[in-house]
Design a protein around this ligand. Structure first.
Ligand SMILES: [Zn+2]
Length: 193
């Protein structure tokens, strides 16, 4: 069956009764039957946006804002990030779109393929992740409560944790800093000419 449009107004909420098993303790009825329930949102396909009031088709069950309002929220959130200079090398992340750039050329390619300008892109500086230090809790759960590591174990663990610092995860994730490559792109264009 084709999915039809259902709004909140289409679903009238009526009162109903269910039968449950009870016991009486100290004069009070105690219900023993687990009661199933569902949320009305699951049955509503179109909702009025809580921000602009316009009706929109929901993408997710609990969407309360239309796509436009959510996009505007996201842009505002992006603009609140600290603006920093780009060093020309640190990987960049495209806000909301889950796209990573590892060099400037791939940003240019992206703009070409998507018919957009570098100045239009919302770019976030990436940070490299680090290995977490190994702690006794990671491998010594089954010890009595007064247990202490030997000096040899302490030294070896310290040595290993130092070694981890020297190793790269090669894993980047978006930071809380944004960059604006408008000027950078102009300079590159200038150098090319
Ligand atoms: Zn809206």
């Amino acid at each position: 069956m084709e999915k039809v449009k259902v709004t909140r107004k289409d679903l009238e909420i009526k009162k109903g009764t269910i039968e449950v098993d009870c016991i009486v303790v100290d004069g009070k009825n105690i219900n023993l039957t687990p009661v199933n329930y569902q949320s009305i949102e699951k049955f509503i396909t179109h909702e009025d946006c809580c921000n602009c009031g316009r009706e929109f088709k929901k993408g997710n069950t609990y969407d309360i804002k239309c796509y436009t309002c959510r996009s505007l929220d996201s842009i505002e959130k992006f603009n609140q990030l600290q603006l920093v200079e780009w060093d020309g090398e640190t990987p960049l992340y495209l806000w909301d779109l889950d796209v990573y750039f590892f060099d400037y050329e791939s940003i240019e390619d992206y703009c070409f393929e998507n018919e957009t300008e570098i100045s239009e892109l919302r770019l976030v500086l990436c940070e490299k992740s680090h290995f977490s230090y190994v702690d006794y809790e990671d491998f010594a759960q089954e010890v009595h409560e007064d247990w202490e590591p030997s000096k040899e174990m302490k030294d070896k663990l310290e040595e290993f944790n130092k070694f981890l610092e020297s190793q790269s995860t090669d894993t980047w994730f978006p930071s809380k800093k944004r960059v604006d490559l408008t000027e950078f792109a102009k300079e590159v264009d200038h150098e090319v000419r």
